[in-house]
Write a protein that binds this ligand. Structure first.
Ligand code: GLV
Length: 322
């Protein structure tokens, strides 16, 4: 008998077709509305495979109802939306989509850094609002990117890809990572720094580490205080890494210069979020990996992981328990 797979959001037809060749496929067909929790709780009961998004919380409640589930394929590199321990102890394989999004996410991280440093959004709004009275020497001046110091917190694949971009702008690169990577330091010409030291020395602090409870609010009031007055914080990882209330106050009080945020603690972020009221914050709706090619590659990889596991082969990109 064919296995059944549930997909929690509308995916491109060719990806769905790939799964339909092997399995009975059911899908939440909306593109911009998340599958309601009660629908997910019902759909999960009989399926062998689940293809889900980073917005779907796959916790114990979901897993307790999943009698036949063999594989959870997350269409994202991050998997903090999944209770990994509970899945693994039930013998469920969890997969994610690393690799295919590395360069695209590094591109977006650097684009956000540049947009924030050179006030691109604010400058564009200024022009469109008709405020461009005359060219003026200090008007809309920002921070230099070239020859500045960038501190990367989390030197995984995307962090490494960001180093290449930073080096192209003659930046000095510091990094902080749970595990020091001495060989890479030599290879890429980068320096390890403890978190406190990195915060003190960096003009740009970029967060690129996976989120877990241990790093909740890694950047809070104290950490923001350690940063330079001209420093810019860039977060393209997960919102929970930053205490947004502390960030708001640090920006208002001029403790740091600006922030570029692609991710928020609660997504979608509400339009009256205090950070959205500040001109020195560039905000994006979690689009780190959002290029057409990359999103298609991620969807294909997520589908291939399900095909492999349900057909008795090894998953291509399993999530490993730490
Ligand atoms: C996006 O945030 C991802 O984890 O892939």
């Amino acid at each position: 008998m064919k296995s059944t797979v549930y997909i929690t959001r509308k995916l491109p037809d060719n990806v769905v077709d790939k799964l339909s060749c092997h399995f009975n496929v059911r899908m939440w067909k909306e593109e911009s509305i998340q599958v309601p929790r009660e629908v997910l709780l019902k759909e999960i009961e009989d399926v062998e495979g689940l293809l889900c998004l980073l917005t779907d919380i796959i916790d114990k409640e979901v897993l307790d109802l999943a009698c036949n589930l063999k594989v959870i394929s997350n269409l994202a590199v991050g998997y903090n939306n999944i209770d990994l321990d509970s899945a693994v102890c039930r013998g469920i394989v969890v997969t994610n989509t690393p690799g295919v999004l590395t360069e695209t996410t590094a591109d977006l991280t650097f684009a956000l850094l540049m947009a924030t440093a050179r006030r691109l959004v604010e400058s564009s709004d200024f022009l469109r609002k008709g405020e461009w009275g005359a060219w003026s020497p200090m008007q809309l001046t920002g921070q230099d990117i070239n020859n500045a110091t960038i501190g990367i917190i989390g030197l995984g694949r995307i962090g490494e890809a960001l180093v290449k971009r930073a080096k192209g702008f003659d930046m000095e690169v510091l990094y902080f990572n749970r595990k020091r990577k001495t060989e890479l330091e030599r290879e890429l010409g980068i320096q390890y720094a403890e978190l406190k030291d990195l915060l003190k020395r960096s003009d740009y602090v970029c967060l690129l580490l996976p989120y877990s409870n241990e790093v909740h609010h890694l950047i809070g009031k104290e950490e923001l205080k350690q940063m330079k007055k001209e420093a810019i914080l860039i977060n393209t990882a997960r919102g929970g890494l930053v205490d947004e209330d502390a960030l708001y106050h640090a920006l208002v009080e001029g403790q740091i210069w600006a922030a570029g945020m692609d991710v928020f603690e609660k997504e979608p972020v509400s339009v009256d979020h205090p950070l959205l009221t500040l001109p020195n914050v560039v905000t994006l709706p979690h689009i780190g990996s959002a290029s057409i090619n990359t999103r298609i590659a991620m969807a294909n990889l997520a589908a291939d992981n399900i095909v492999n596991v349900l057909n008795g082969a090894e998953p291509l990109t399993p999530v490993m328990l730490k």
